[in-house]
Design a protein around this ligand. Structure first.
Ligand code: BG6
Ligand code: MG
Length: 234
């Protein structure tokens, strides 16, 4: 199961431009460091964080209008995205999963996920898409991934989630799924495995590193997985 922003594409730079423009309009500065706090966070929660940084308060209707305005600017960038913006190795890895008969779901907080997948021409590689339009609980709640597993018709324990945000890794763990962090091991230490990106990554490496069992084996028969299962959840 794949997160989208930061895993399949780098949209954080477009979110940054759009949030920064809103902050400037409101009279305060929004930095790249601040932007890190918005990764994996829903649109309205991102706005709350932004307003907290600016020390400002607004009514619900004003906040809705601001989020709408930010999204309009953000969409003006993502609608120009091209397949070249897919992160290195992602398409190859997705193709390999398909060739091996492994089903693929998207589990993203973004309401713009269908448009982004369409622009980078990867929609067809996903068997199931669960995005910000079909969930009510934000990560670290596991809802998005549990829905994905249900739609795929597999149990959570059989799923591997690929995530770049701490909240997403927590969501995977809260949902009892394996999790691969994409990024810095110092930050994503909660994941079962952390890789810098998909370039050179293969299904064989994944199976080996995560010690995933052939489907016929039961969880209890593998000490490593049993130990993983017993780790405290956050
Ligand atoms: C997540 C991003 O995938 O989607 C967040 O990491 C973003 O930064 C969230 O706020 C919601 O996205 P959108 O496209 O619905 O505003
Ligand atoms: Mg992400």
């Amino acid at each position: 199961m794949f997160d989208l922003d930061g895993v399949v594409v780098d949209t954080a730079k477009y979110h940054f431009i759009a949030w920064k423009a809103l902050a400037e309009e409101l009279g305060f500065e929004f930095t790249l460091e601040d932007n890190e706090r918005l990764k994996g966070v829903s649109r309205m929660q991102s706005l709350e964080i932004l307003l907290e940084i600016g020390g400002l308060q607004f009514s619900e209707s004003e906040k809705m209008a601001m989020a709408e305005k930010k999204n309009t600017l953000y969409v003006s960038y993502i609608e120009k995205m091209t397949p070249e913006e897919t992160l290195p190795g992602v398409e190859k890895f997705l193709q390999e999963l398909r060739t091996k008969g492994i089903r693929i779901a998207l589990g993203s907080a973004s309401k713009n996920a269908p448009m982004i997948l369409d622009r980078i021409q990867l929609t067809g590689l996903f068997d199931v898409i669960v995005d910000g339009n079909s969930i009510s609980e934000a990560k670290p709640n596991p809802e998005v991934f549990l829905k994905g597993a249900e739609k795929l018709g597999v149990s959570p324990e059989e799923c591997v989630v690929f995530e770049d945000a701490i909240a997403g890794i927590e969501a995977a763990r809260n949902g009892n799924m394996h999790c691969v962090g994409i990024g810095d091991p110092e930050i994503l230490g909660l994941a079962d495995l952390v890789i810098p990106g998909f370039d050179g990554f293969t299904v064989e490496k994944l199976m080996k590193e995560l010690k995933i069992l052939p489907k016929s084996k039961k969880l209890g028969e593998c000490p490593e997985l049993k130990e993983k299962e017993n780790r405290p959840r956050s």
